[in-house]
Design a protein around this ligand. Structure first.
Ligand SMILES: Nc1ncnc2c1ncn2[C@@H]1O[C@H](COP(=O)(O)OP(=O)(O)O)[C@@H](O)[C@H]1O
Ligand SMILES: [Mg+2]
Length: 105
């Protein structure tokens, strides 16, 4: 996959709430290189967390693809995805999910 570490292709995420359909991610495509460092910025509610949850495989996209190297992440079986999450990714959560008994060290 041309040296890209992450490749995001036409990613959509919708939430259905009652009879309302909220389109949060509307066709995001993005390539991220190995060792590239980037910041995702946008107004509150723009969809940053939703996007990161999908990149982190904590949420499924409504449609579209995320490739890690040449692995199509959302085509993996749940156990393979859990192993990927366990061994390949790291998260530092914003606020909740942090456990006071675990320090950064
Ligand atoms: N699980 C959910 N169900 C319904 N709506 C959601 C859900 N998660 C996020 N949203 C909505 O999606 C939009 C984007 O939210 P979010 O990704 O948290 O934005 P950001 O992180 O940029 O502030 C918001 O309008 C939010 O209310
Ligand atoms: Mg957020």
């Amino acid at each position: 996959m041309n040296n890209f570490l992450l490749k995001v292709l036409n990613l959509h995420k919708n939430f259905i709430e009652g009879d309302r359909r909220l389109e949060v991610l509307k066709g995001i495509s993005l390539n991220i290189k190995h060792h590239e460092m980037l910041a995702l910025v946008g107004a509150s509610g723009a969809g940053k967390s939703t996007f990161l949850y999908i990149l982190g495989t904590l949420e499924q996209p409504s449609s579209g693809y995320v490739y890690y190297k040449d692995k199509n992440l959302f085509a993996l079986k749940e156990d393979k995805l859990a192993a990927f999450r366990n061994q390949t990714l790291g998260f530092v959560f914003q606020a909740h999910h942090l456990l006071p008994e675990f320090t950064a060290l």
